[in-house]
Design a protein around this ligand. Structure first.
Ligand SMILES: Nc1ncnc2c1ncn2[C@@H]1O[C@H](COP(=O)(O)OP(=O)(O)OP(=O)(O)O)[C@@H](O)[C@H]1O
Ligand SMILES: [Mg+2]
Length: 483
């Protein structure tokens, strides 16, 4: 029997959980806490590091530390510089692979030392933000495969958090709205406990946005820089810019620290030392809230889109580190005056819920929804056609078929991902290619033979492509590869 684990790969922190004797157990690398920093460090002496060791090494040399890779996963490369100004270039895939390996090796070490499980087979439920698509999923799936983990389901982060909460608290038939304000993304879902043994939960609606705590930090950074500029005397504009540029990393970290302090205190008032001088910094919670009000407003728009047209619910669960900000609870309470608002396991609800999902005996515990639309792009010689096959918000499993006539020994498809829900033809410029698929026929088929490409987003959230003949049977002797 494989050990089933839940994984939350977060912008700032990652966690791995499993359930043992009915209890949630964090699986953490030696010396780590359950919130494992999602960071990577590299230099020629220490080599590549992840987690706390990377953070520690980065204190000495911040330019060799890569943070927030989940936000930058679409960049072609990430450059790190050591103290001697040597540059090391990594792809986001390399960094994700290294961090995932660190998490999994840590989980294995923990299973061995605490449960005497020697190198067990690992099966995982992976969580992803609502707005992230196949490209991100593929990066994590490939890293987990390399670390020897089989992924049996991919669910959206707030869905996992909702499962965690509903398993603990709600009576059958309960519905909760989950608002997850993380470091990089806002994720919202409305999840219902159905009362059915076969499929205990159903996603009623979901949505997301690519804003998170980092954006709150950026607003505060601007405010801090303004305060510092007024205290710099005798510098030209260019010198001022250089000063701010040199100290930006430090000020960004300070902004995050001040933001977190302002969740507890009503004012931050302390000098900050930079390049041998002290600068006064004073920010009230009110100032902070007003300079970030539009961000909070944007997350509320996501919430409104999710609940629009849905039946009333009684509970709102706030998760993600950003939910510690008092402004979040206040704003949500204003929006839903009749609801009980709870902050529940904000840091761990996602990983815990994924572990719980994995442990529920129902074949598919949650009726999931597709977060995107998927179209297939068929290229045959000079001809290129596009058709939307799976629509955003469709309940899973969702599938669509595309019929074509063969003219050679192989077919090449590109699967496109987008957010159009009302078009059958997706213009190419919407979204990127999610996957490319190649189908080889062991024997050249008769030119003009009809073949059907069936694209499916399975009930476990995994994308699958099958090639069928005109009677709907799988064509023997074909090999399909998705990459
Ligand atoms: N007390 C606090 N007050 C305000 N913000 C906080 C507090 N504690 C943590 N945060 C913020 O929460 C964010 C991290 O939250 P979390 O660990 O949920 O994110 P993540 O899961 O890594 O990111 P994501 O889910 O977006 O990928 C950071 O921006 C952090 O500054
Ligand atoms: Mg998160």
């Amino acid at each position: 029997m494989p050990v089933v684990i839940g994984i939350d790969f977060g912008t700032c922190f990652s966690s791995v959980y499993f359930i043992h004797g009915g209890q949630y157990v964090p699986l953490v690398p030696n010396g780590e806490k359950p919130m494992i920093p999602t960071v990577f460090f590299h230099d020629s002496i220490k080599g590549s590091l992840a987690g706390k060791p990377a953070l520690r090494a980065g204190k000495n040399c911040p330019s060799a530390l890569a943070e927030y890779v989940k936000r930058h996963y679409r960049e072609s490369s990430i450059k790190l510089k050591n103290k001697k100004n040597e540059v090391f270039t990594f792809s986001p895939e390399d960094i994700v692979r290294h961090i995932v390996n660190y998490l999994i090796e840590g989980a294995r070490g923990c299973l061995q030392s605490q449960y005497q499980l020697d190198n067990p087979e690992l099966s995982a439920v992976l969580t992803v933000p609502v707005t992230y698509g196949e490209e991100w999923k593929k990066m994590l799936l490939s890293a987990l495969k390399d670390a020897g983990v089989t992924v049996h389901a991919v669910i959206q982060e707030p869905v996992a958090a909702a499962v965690c909460f509903l398993e603990e608290h709600a009576a059958a038939g309960g519905t909760v709205l989950v608002y997850d304000l993380g470091g990089g993304t806002t994720d919202v879902t409305l999840l219902q406990k159905t009362g059915s043994d076969q499929q205990p939960y159903a996603v009623l609606a979901q949505g997301g946005d690519v804003i998170g705590g980092n954006d709150w930090d950026d607003r505060l950074l601007t405010l801090l820089e303004r305060q510092i500029v007024t205290q710099l005397s005798g510098l030209s504009d260019a010198e001022t810019d250089r000063f701010l540029e040199t100290n930006r990393r430090r000020l960004t970290a300070l902004a995050r620290e001040i933001k977190e302090i302002l969740s507890e205190e009503s004012v931050y008032d302390m000098p900050c030392e930079m390049q041998g001088n002290l600068y006064d910094i004073r920010v009230t919670r009110q100032e902070f809230e007003s300079c970030t009000a539009s961000l909070l407003g944007r997350t509320m728009q996501t919430v409104r889109n999710v609940v629009q047209g849905q039946s009333p619910f009684r509970e709102v669960i706030l998760v993600g580190g950003g939910s510690h900000m008092p402004q979040v609870k206040t704003r949500i309470q204003q929006e839903f005056p009749d609801c009980q608002i709870r902050i529940a396991n904000p840091e761990f609800a996602v990983a815990m819920g994924a572990a719980r999902y994995a442990a529920i005996s129902a074949p598919v515990p949650v009726l999931l929804q597709s977060a995107h639309s998927y179209g297939i792009i068929l290229e045959q010689g000079q001809t290129r056609s596009i058709r939307n096959l799976i629509f955003k918000n469709a309940s899973l499993p969702a599938s669509g078929r595309y019929e074509c006539r063969l003219s050679g020994q192989f077919l090449q498809f590109a699967v496109q991902e987008g957010d159009d829900t009302d078009q059958t033809l997706v213009p190419l410029q919407h979204g990127g290619y999610a996957l490319s698929a190649t189908v080889w026929f062991s024997r050249p088929p008769e030119p003009g033979t009809v073949c059907i490409a069936e694209l499916e987003l399975t009930s476990s959230g995994l994308l699958k492509l099958t090639v069928l003949d005109q009677n709907g049977n799988e064509i023997s002797g074909t090999s399909v590869s998705l990459s």
